[in-house]
Design a protein around this ligand. Structure first.
Ligand SMILES: [Mg+2]
Ligand SMILES: [Zn+2]
Length: 208
């Protein structure tokens, strides 16, 4: 069931925008294990600020096997994500939530060694986020730079958009075709907002 309070921009085709992290918001840089590696993709901050202004929840969905590998722990990953939020702040951009999968089937740390439902291309994180935010996944869009993102979107029933930044869909992990392809996040947001005039930001955006 959809919570009508979350739909603050009734003319938008979407209730929320899910974003992959690396290669969509920040530059792809292999395995990111320190905040110094975070560099925003040009215009990503402004693009997210525009979504914020339109009242659309902006939710990151990211695989972080760096935790499973033992290269950084979850509190260090939180610090990386806090730094990402700091990098976005000067643009007036904020993230409504960050969901990550710390698992891997070959993890060094047994705590994280599992075949989970939340590692993309599986749709588990999208489903959890949808529950928390009371979203209809068929009315959301997931923007990613790899075929695992596109496959996760397909499995969850969201629109699947590929950006040419980061891997640009060249990871060859999944045989999944996007609904649309855009140069970057900014171009995606411009397209979304064509049918979604900005409205005052409402105070109801929730953080789990
Ligand atoms: Mg990526
Ligand atoms: Zn997982």
């Amino acid at each position: 069931m959809t919570d009508p309070s979350i739909i603050s921009a009734p003319s938008t085709p979407f209730q929320a925008v899910f974003l992959d992290r690396d290669g969509v918001i920040n530059e792809e840089d292999g395995i990111i294990q320190s905040k110094e590696q975070l560099r925003l993709i040009p215009n990503a901050g402004a693009a997210i600020a525009s979504l914020n202004e339109a009242g659309l929840p902006v939710i990151i969905i990211t695989n972080q096997p760096v935790v499973a590998r033992g290269w950084c722990n979850e509190s260090e990953l939180d610090a990386i994500h806090n730094h990402l939020r700091e990098l976005l702040r000067p643009f007036g951009a904020s993230l409504d939530a960050i969901y990550y999968c710390p698992h891997h089937e070959n993890a060094n740390d047994l705590t994280y060694r599992m075949v989970c439902e939340c590692r993309k291309p599986r749709p588990g994180l999208l489903k959890i986020a949808a529950q928390h935010f009371h979203l209809d996944l068929t009315r959301c869009v997931f923007i990613g730079d790899r075929t695992v993102d596109i496959q996760a979107a397909r499995s969850a029933g969201t629109a699947a958009w590929l950006v040419r930044t980061g891997f640009g869909g060249q990871d060859k992990k999944c045989d999944a075709t996007p609904d649309s392809v855009f140069d970057d996040l900014q171009e995606c947001v411009t397209f979304i907002l064509k049918s979604c005039p900005p409205v005052p930001k409402t105070p109801q955006s929730r953080k789990p």
